[in-house]
Design a protein around this ligand. Structure first.
Ligand SMILES: Cc1ncc(COP(=O)(O)O)c(C=O)c1O
Length: 390
C-alpha cells in the first residue's frame, strides 16, 4: 500500500513573533545588522560593498570567487552587481573550496572571496581570510545555511550573510540579513542608502500565511504536495535577483526563530554514532569528518553523507523516500550544470572534485519535526542499502 505522507527534507516551522524576547544577537560585538528582503539581496549588497571599497580605481570587470558546487543564488547575487562569478573546485570529499585553487584564481579584478557554510557546517575561514588580507580583498561568510555564523565568535569575515527563507535554520518565510564588520559601516551606509525600505508587520494576513505554511509542511500535506509535478517542489534553478530592499522586520520574530532553533532536538551526534559502520563500506559522514575542524560545532540544517558512488546514493535516496523520509541529493549538480546558470556563466572547466561531490551527496532531514522513530528508519535503511552495494 502506498504510504500516506512524508517527512519533509528540511525546514523548521515559522514561529510566532514574541516581542518580549529581548535577545542580544550572538554577532553584535563584531557586526552591525542590516535586514534585507532575502539572503540573495544581502549577498548582493555584500558584493557591492566589496566593489565600493576597492582601492584600485578602475576595475572594469570585477570578479568574485565562489565554490563550484552551491546554491544558484550565489550566481544571481553576483550578476545583479555586474560581477563575474569565478568558480573554484572543491577539496577532495569536501564542500570547501581548495585554498590553493582560490589563490590561483585571484586576479587584479577580484573584489571578494565568498566562503559558504554547508548545511550547518562552518567553512574554514582562517586561510581564506589570510589570502583576502594579502590581496586586499573582502572575505564574505555566506551563512544562509548555518546559525550562528562562525564569524559571530571572532569577527573573522568582513561581511556575513544570513537567510531567513524556507529551508533555512531560522525560517521566517523569507528575508535575510547582512552583518557588516564595523570598519565597513560607512561603505555599507553608502551602498544601502538608495534602497527602498519595506516595513513588515504581523498583520492578520501574515498570521494566516504563517499558519497555512506550517500546515503545508506537515507530513500529510508535504507528501500530497510532492505528488503535484507543477509545483516543482525541490527544483533547483537560477532565478535572477530583480529587487533589493531593506526591511524593518516584524518585532520579536527573529528572536523567536533563534530561540526555536536553539530548542529543537539535535540529532547530529546520534547520526554520527549510528552511521559509523558505513565508513567501512566507503561512505563518508561529513559532519564527523569536517566537524573536527569547527571551532564551535552547531546543530545541522541537514545531516549529510557521501556514498561511495552515484548508484549507491541514488538507491539509498529512493529507499529512504519509499520509507517516508524526504532524503535527497540536494543541488544534484555543480553550479554550471544547474538550469539557467550555464546561459550566464563564462565557460568553466576543472570542477572535477565538485562534480564527484555532487554525484555522491545524500542529505537527511534533522529539522524539529524529525522523531526518534524517523532516525531509526534512516539508520536501518542506510545500513541495508550499504549491504546491497556491489
Ligand atoms: C548558501 C546560500 N546563499 C544564499 C542563499 C539565498 O538565500 P535566500 O533564499 O534568502 O535568497 C541561499 C538559499 O538557499 C543559500 O543556500
Amino acid at each position: 500500500m502506498a504510504r500516506l505522507g512524508k517527512l519533509r527534507p528540511v525546514g523548521n516551522r515559522v514561529p510566532v513573533p514574541d516581542s518580549a524576547h529581548d535577545l542580544v544577537m550572538p554577532w553584535e560585538s563584531a557586526y552591525a545588522t542590516r535586514f534585507l528582503d532575502s539572503g540573495t539581496s544581502a549577498l548582493s549588497i555584500a558584493i557591492a560593498i566589496a566593489i565600493a571599497r576597492q582601492a584600485r580605481p578602475a576595475i572594469n570587470k570585477p570578479e568574485v570567487i565562489l565554490p563550484g558546487y552551491g546554491c544558484p543564488d550565489l550566481i544571481a547575487a553576483a550578476m545583479a552587481q555586474g560581477v563575474v562569478p569565478v568558480l573554484v573546485d572543491l577539496a577532495e570529499d569536501s564542500p570547501w573550496m581548495n585554498p590553493r585553487e582560490v589563490a590561483d584564481k585571484i586576479t587584479d579584478n577580484t573584489v571578494a572571496i565568498v566562503a559558504v557554510n554547508f548545511l550547518g557546517l562552518a567553512a574554514p575561514l582562517e586561510q581564506l581570510s589570510e589570502l583576502a588580507r594579502r590581496s586586499a580583498l573582502l572575505l564574505i561568510e555566506d551563512s544562509a545555511q548555518r546559525m550562528p555564523p562562525s564569524s559571530a565568535e571572532d569577527g573573522c569575515a568582513d561581511l556575513v550573510v544570513l537567510s531567513f527563507g524556507r529551508g533555512k535554520p531560522v525560517n521566517l518565510m523569507g528575508g535575510g540579513a547582512l552583518l557588516v564588520g564595523y570598519p565597513l559601516e560607512e561603505k555599507a551606509r553608502t551602498c544601502c542608502s538608495p534602497l527602498p525600505l519595506v516595513n513588515e508587520r504581523p498583520t492578520i494576513r501574515w498570521a494566516l500565511k504563517r499558519q497555512l505554511f506550517n500546515i503545508l509542511i506537515s507530513r500529510l500535506f508535504f507528501g500530497l504536495l510532492e505528488q503535484i509535478p507543477a509545483l516543482r517542489l525541490g527544483e533547483t534553478r537560477l532565478h535572477a535577483l530583480e529587487r533589493i530592499s531593506l526591511v524593518d522586520p516584524i518585532p520579536g520574530l527573529l528572536a523567536s526563530g533563534l530561540v526555536r532553533f536553539e530548542q529543537a532536538p539535535d540529532y547530529r551526534l546520534e547520526l554520527d554514532r549510528e552511521l559509523a559502520d558505513l565508513d567501512r563500506q566507503g561512505w563518508i559522514r561529513l559532519p564527523a569528518k569536517l566537524g573536527q575542524a569547527e571551532k564551535k560545532p552547531t546543530k545541522l540544517l541537514r545531516y549529510c553523507l557521501l556514498a561511495p558512488d552515484m548508484e549507491t546514493r541514488d538507491r539509498s535516496v529512493q529507499l529512504l523516500n519509499q520509507a517516508g523520509i524526504g532524503a535527497n541529493a540536494f543541488y544534484g549538480a555543480i553550479l554550471p550544470d544547474i538550469p539557467g546558470v550555464h546561459d550566464v556563466l563564462p565557460e568553466t572547466s576543472g570542477l572535477r572534485r565538485a562534480k564527484d561531490f555532487a554525484s555522491r551527496l545524500i542529505t537527511l532531514p534533522v529539522h524539529e519535526d524529525v522523531t526518534q522513530k524517523d532516525i531509526r528508519i534512516m539508520v536501518k535503511t542506510l545500513l541495508r542499502s550499504a549491504q546491497q552495494q556491489k
